[in-house]
Write a protein that binds this ligand. Structure first.
Ligand code: ZN
Length: 252
């Protein structure tokens, strides 16, 4: 059976997360969170669901208002979260006034040695250069999700070992298609970024990952199942290089 991957999905923001999951029975979903308190709720809800990996996150646009309790939970929950996201930086017009708070939260997290043993999915809008440098310096092999930065930085991200998760919205813009074309196949992952990313008027969701993989297969001139195999192997490699090398953590 072909398994698809959605490595960046805001599952908790869909109206009915279970219906969203049931529409994609062959897809493993990394459910990113915007606050550590949401991680705890989702973790309790999906602990036994094999389709879901709940990620511990503190979204950069929440960094300014999250407060010390959420920040403390971010650090304290790290030992039991194999996946970390959504974290990162946003220096676009949405986040440029809160740069200081964003950098404080990011640097606090990067100072945790355990982060190197986690699969990290990161937001980088308008802050691609500094984020790639931070990850390279800290030795974090993160996934840059929905990369919209300059083409000229892709090579430094690749040199730093970073991965890229692509979504259907990227394939609809010329710049997005150019980004995908610049990526070696062994660094590509798939994501919905639902419900934020849209296809027409509806949200992209995990069920769209099979069509996305077909589209990648066409671009790579291989079959859909070969493309799915590559994407699957990429996450397995990343997981093996991070979580797989970690010392056993007190995981339930
Ligand atoms: Zn997101």
């Amino acid at each position: 059976m072909t398994t698809y991957l959605d490595t960046h999905c805001h599952l908790d923001l869909f109206k009915d997360p279970l219906t969203t999951l049931e529409a994609a029975p062959d897809t493993v979903v990394v459910a990113v969170t915007e606050l550590p308190s949401r991680f705890r709720l989702l973790e309790a809800r999906f602990r036994r669901d094999r389709r879901v990996r709940v990620a511990l996150g503190l979204h950069p646009l929440r960094a300014h208002t999250a407060g010390p309790i959420e920040e403390g939970q971010l650090i304290r929950s790290l030992p039991r979260a194999e996946y970390v996201g959504e974290i990162g930086l946003d220096f676009s017009r949405h986040g440029r006034d809160t740069k200081t708070s964003q950098l404080r939260v990011l640097d606090r997290l990067l100072a945790e040695p355990l982060l190197r043993y986690r699969v990290v999915t990161a937001h980088s809008r308008g802050a691609e250069k500094i984020l790639i440098e931070r990850f390279a310096d800290a030795g974090i092999t993160a996934i840059l999700h929905w990369y919209t930065g300059p083409a000229g930085l892709i090579d430094s991200a690749l040199a730093a070992g970073l991965y890229f998760s692509v979504n259907p919205s990227m394939l609809r813009t010329e710049k997005g298609r150019a980004t995908v074309a610049a990526l070696p196949r062994d660094r590509v992952l798939t994501e919905s970024d639902g419900p934020f990313a849209k296809t027409g008027t509806r949200s992209v969701e995990p069920a769209d990952m099979s069509r996305l993989v077909s589209e990648l297969g066409r671009r790579w001139d291989i079959t859909q199942s070969q493309a799915a195999g590559i994407v699957h192997d990429n996450l397995a490699t990343l997981y093996g290089a991070t979580v797989g090398t970690s010392t056993p953590s007190p995981q339930g």
